[in-house]
Ligand binder design. Structure first.
Ligand code: HEC
Ligand code: HEC
Ligand code: HEC
Ligand code: HEC
Ligand code: HEC
Ligand code: HEC
Ligand code: HEC
Ligand code: HEC
Ligand code: HEC
Ligand code: HEC
Length: 296
């Protein structure tokens, strides 16, 4: 009991110390002048960044130079007051802008270089606004999905269709357990296609749909190959996010079979109700000894 109390006290004062000493970086090299200099002319920025994780970055990172860790040495600018004498990631070219961030964030961005975002001149500050404290990842919009929709309007359209994943349109980081774009994508780059944060698309789907991964006696090879053969991960107007309605969905691959099926014969078994799934209910694979045709 006592020991925890003491520890808590100790911890408390360490935290206090951390907070109270943030922003004490002093100039000691080159044209760097330290935060105190910036204070006089940019008071709102100082107030605002004091609430930001970066105000404590000095305690995690030896490279920390306060405002100047992202804006570069400010001695000349502090005298000239000219925008031309200070770096501003918002107006720099994308590679240089990201470079300001990567000097400290290289570890968490191992796949950044060469990623489709980096290659298309998207920079860290396309998505992050470090002077913005609206959300704890310092995103440019108040929710993650909104941040992405800024450039990916098409995906918004899909997520609004009849069937879609429960993608959150509320602030993301409230532990609501809802999904988001980064449930499947790593915007900082990944080793697989489409910035998927898993080795393959199916591995990604299995993370949440484990039951589909279990080995089955009778596989449907279209499923093992890719879930995307039949599903649109962002949403669709067909139920279960199917890319097409049955029987057309199946007929893309199964043109001929023991039973010829003609789409359009409205009263046929093959078309009404759940169509092919009426009989082939175990479309993802079957464990029944007699499930070879995926019917049970
Ligand atoms: C003596 C006052 C003064 C001091 C000290 C000062 N600034 Fe500025 N700063 C200004 C003014 C004025 C502007 C607007 C310049 C303009 O728009 O042409 C500005 C603009 C900026 C900009 C925006 C540049 C852009 O591209 O629009 C940044 C970033 C900046 N300052 C950072 C800093 C940092 C970091 C420090 C401390 C090292 C600092 N300033 C110290 C007066 C000052
Ligand atoms: C972690 C990096 C980082 C730190 C630390 C930082 N800034 Fe910035 N600053 C940026 C970025 C990035 C922008 C471009 C706009 C944006 O993304 O918010 C910016 C923009 C600015 C601007 C231009 C604002 C405008 O509206 O155009 C000023 C002025 C500025 N910062 C001053 C400061 C001052 C003063 C400090 C220290 C208290 C500071 N910055 C600390 C990254 C940083
Ligand atoms: C001087 C080193 C340094 C620079 C430069 C820097 N950061 Fe950071 N940043 C940190 C540290 C340290 C933290 C807090 C520790 C952590 O959670 O990683 C942090 C935290 C963050 C976070 C929040 C992480 C979280 O878990 O909530 C984001 C987002 C971020 N930085 C983006 C940027 C961007 C964008 C830039 C460039 C404009 C930048 N940083 C520049 C050191 C830096
Ligand atoms: C396309 C949008 C986008 C771009 C570009 C982007 N980020 Fe992020 N970043 C996010 C989102 C969304 C999150 C929050 C979700 C998460 O944690 O993965 C995030 C989280 C972070 C975090 C905290 C979590 C972590 O991974 O450590 C840091 C730090 C960070 N970004 C730094 C950067 C840096 C540095 C760059 C540039 C090299 C960058 N980001 C480029 C969207 C982006
Ligand atoms: C500043 C604009 C911008 C923002 C914001 C943005 N992206 Fe992108 N994104 C692009 C561009 C440009 C491309 C490459 C061209 C394309 O495929 O449209 C791209 C491509 C992608 C791709 C396809 C990658 C591939 O290799 O095929 C994915 C996935 C993606 N973005 C996810 C996201 C997510 C998730 C977010 C939000 C965290 C986001 N993007 C935010 C501009 C942006
Ligand atoms: C359930 C997982 C999942 C979620 C959640 C998700 N995506 Fe995707 N996304 C994928 C897969 C899988 C692909 C690859 C599609 C393909 O190759 O046909 C993809 C592809 C993309 C592409 C490339 C263009 C395309 O359609 O092929 C973009 C851009 C994209 N996603 C953006 C987003 C955005 C923005 C969000 C959040 C609103 C989001 N994604 C949420 C799984 C997901
Ligand atoms: C982060 C977890 C997660 C990932 C990853 C994920 N899903 Fe889901 N999926 C869900 C949740 C949650 C639901 C909604 C369940 C509900 O409504 O009962 C869902 C529902 C579905 C549905 C049924 C939709 C409906 O209308 O009822 C399909 C189909 C689906 N997911 C396919 C996929 C595919 C394909 C992938 C891989 C590209 C994937 N999921 C990746 C969590 C995930
Ligand atoms: C050959 C087409 C096809 C492929 C490939 C496919 N599915 Fe499905 N999926 C369907 C059909 C059809 C339904 C609707 C079944 C019904 O109506 O009973 C469905 C329904 C679902 C559902 C919602 C109903 C349920 O059973 O929970 C989820 C989740 C799902 N699929 C996930 C996946 C995942 C994950 C993959 C990849 C491993 C995948 N699907 C691959 C055709 C397919
Ligand atoms: C992307 C192509 C593709 C799609 C879409 C597809 N299948 Fe298949 N299906 C295959 C392949 C490949 C096989 C295995 C090869 C074979 O045995 O003919 C198979 C096997 C089957 C079998 C078992 C056949 C046997 O002889 O054992 C049935 C039943 C079946 N599919 C039904 C369906 C139904 C119902 C749908 C629609 C919900 C569907 N398939 C969608 C490609 C597909
Ligand atoms: C009324 C029930 C029923 C419906 C509806 C149905 N099937 Fe079948 N299907 C069967 C039966 C029974 C078999 C097995 C025939 C056998 O073993 O002799 C079969 C076999 C198959 C096979 C295995 C290959 C073959 O010719 O033996 C495929 C592929 C197939 N069906 C696809 C489909 C597709 C695609 C649809 C939707 C257009 C569909 N089925 C709708 C009952 C049905």
């Amino acid at each position: 009991m006592m020991v925890t109390k003491i520890l808590q006290c100790l911890f408390g004062s360490i935290v206090l110390l951390l907070v109270s000493t943030s922003f004490s970086y002093a100039a000691d090299e080159g044209d760097f002048v330290g935060d105190k200099k910036c204070r006089g002319c940019h008071k709102p920025m100082i107030v605002d960044i004091a609430k930001n994780l970066h105000s404590q970055a000095g305690h995690w990172n030896a490279e920390y130079k306060g405002c100047e860790s992202c804006h570069g040495p400010g001695g000349t600018h502090a005298k000239s007051e000219s925008a031309a004498d200070i770096l501003n990631p918002a107006t720099m070219d994308s590679e240089a802008a990201s470079g300001q961030c990567l000097s400290c964030h290289e570890d968490s961005n191992r796949h950044w270089v060469g990623s489709s975002h980096e290659a298309m001149d998207v920079s860290c500050v396309s998505c992050h606004s470090v002077h913005n404290n609206d959300n704890d990842k310092m995103l440019v919009e108040s929710t993650e999905a909104e941040t992405c929709y800024g450039c990916h309007a098409e995906q918004r359209v899909f997520t609004l269709k009849r069937s879609s994943h429960p993608i959150s349109d509320i602030a993301r980081f409230d532990n609501s357990g809802e999904m988001n774009c980064t449930s499947c994508h790593n915007p900082h780059g990944s080793q697989s296609e489409s910035l998927i944060s898993a080795n393959t698309v199916n591995d990604k789907c299995y993370e949440c749909h484990q039951e589909m991964k279990a080995p089955v006696l009778w596989e449907h090879s279209a499923v093992k190959e890719s879930c995307l053969n039949c599903h649109n991960p962002h949403g669709s107007n067909h139920e279960n996010m199917l890319t097409a309605k049955e029987p057309r969905l199946c007929q893309q691959c199964h043109e001929q079979g023991r039973h010829q099926t003609i789409a359009g014969e409205e009263n046929s078994f093959f078309v009404t109700n759940r169509s092919c799934s009426n009989c082939h209910a175990q479309i993802h694979g079957s464990n029944h000894p007699g499930g070879v045709k995926l019917k049970r």
